[in-house]
Design a protein around this ligand. Sequence first.
Ligand code: GLC
Length: 587
Amino acid sequence: MIAPIWGRVAGVTTSSDAPFGTGSRPAQWWRTAVVYQVYPRSFADSDGDGVGDLPGITAHLDHLERLGVDVLWLSPVYRSPMDDNGYDISDYQDIDPLFGTLADLDALITGCHAHGIRLVMDLVVNHTSDEHPWFVESRDPTSPKRDWYWWRPPRPGHEPGTEGAEPTNWESIFSGSAWQLDEASGEYYLHLFSTKQPDLNWENPQVRQAVYAMMRWWVDRGVDGFRMDVIDLISRDPALPDGPVPPGGRFGSPHEAVANGPRLEEFLTEMNREVGLGAGHLLTVGEMPGVTIELARRVTDPRRHELDMVFSFAHVDLDVRPGGPKWDIVPLPLPRLKRTLADWQEGLADVGWNSLYWNNHDQPRAVTRFGDDSPEHRVASAKTLGTVLHLHRGTPYVYQGEELGMTNAPFGSIAEYRDIESIRYHEQALLSGALPDAVMAALALKGRDNARTPMQWDAGPHAGFTTGTPWLPVNPNHVEVNAEAARADPSSVFNHYRALIALRHDHPLVVDGRFELLLPDHPQLWVVVREGAIGRLVVLANCSSQPVTAAAGDLPDLAGATVLLATHPGREGLELLPWESRVYEVG
Ligand code: GLC
């Protein structure tokens, strides 16, 4: 077997042989890595205030090491008024007291490194909080910081504050106008997200230099990379043109004007150079809601020195009516999902690199959305979804609790939601005449709080997440679905994920094998081949809650193949139970 470039495999260079922070790590070490995302508010509470914190994470690093992940991506812990749970930052170089202190962060970095795990910080620089000193200063029209944000007068001929006076017709991603009037100056500022998240003006070189200086400060502190929040929005069409208004709508979409703008790659190259992101030991992943395969190829081409990988939204937007908001949900046939992931595999086969994910803090739980979270099929479908994803080519991301098969939350009323996006959508949708039941049904499927309920550590009170009152209710199924039970059960989702992660570390074909999708139109089977000079892997998965029999003639010859991993060990033959899957190694 070919040794991976960099990994935990016995006999191969490991993190303990080559300490973190040295330049001795091979380039592109992240190709063999698996990333685990921690949403700190919901991970583990060490002080009983009902909100997760940094010492809570440090105390649970054994869980991550046991799972075998290589990198921890930490959602924001910076000082913040928490309008968007920390994605509204008022001080990039301090920790919010809710989560702890800088000393706690240093302890987390040290703890991660001692467990052989790298720490990647969330970088939220499309916008700041309106309480960031930069924005506070920029409220003064004569301030040198005025140009650090997008301040504009009302539309010509309109009185400030009247309907239609906003400088453009853009809708905020969190509903309502994307412009907020500042009474004092009579001008509006742009906020693509909440009114408390004013957009930074990346056209201004001082803004960019301030961001790079802050990033260097974190690198010097010992972090191992950045996950860049909505980074494809930082360059805009400077003319700020109105967007198309859907029939009957009041606002237009800013997408054309703000996504993948003309200077995006120039800014990314500059950031890479100024921060030294290409030094080899750092990982960069850009969240890019509007990215195309063509752009991803360019941005992740190592010769261009931009980013290591991006988060595409192609597969998580498939259940949305084209052009509609995320709440306009349509059924998702399996062939569309398979084809979309395969298009990205093929598109980035010769250049660049994919990231692979089913869910995160913004998306519903994978097993509810793409699998079957009924008691009968939850475990098998969570395992099979994991198998299919991890056997694609790219760096897999596991979102906290995914490794337990955690499900969407059974929220009853809007009063139980905490997420600004969900609350704003509910409010605006009812105002525009939507039926309350339909709005609640959309929230139950797509609301972000589904993924934000506390991590389920054990069967005890509040799932062992806190001794206080959790900020968001714990899912009642924690009595069965929890880390303690999962770690002890050899047939759990957790142990299946552990095996998947080990397979990536051990098997070069998982990392680099050429990808091929078979039976693209089959409505139940997901069949993937990964091939290289040393052989091939075949993934045979039933992604449905009904049994299915594969036709031998449709599959590669599996005679003499070894099963490396299976949801139902010991079963053979071409009949697959609901959500049964196997990974074969052929010759
Ligand atoms: C990203 C984050 C999301 C946040 C938004 C604004 O999409 O993942 O949680 O609300 O950006 O920062």
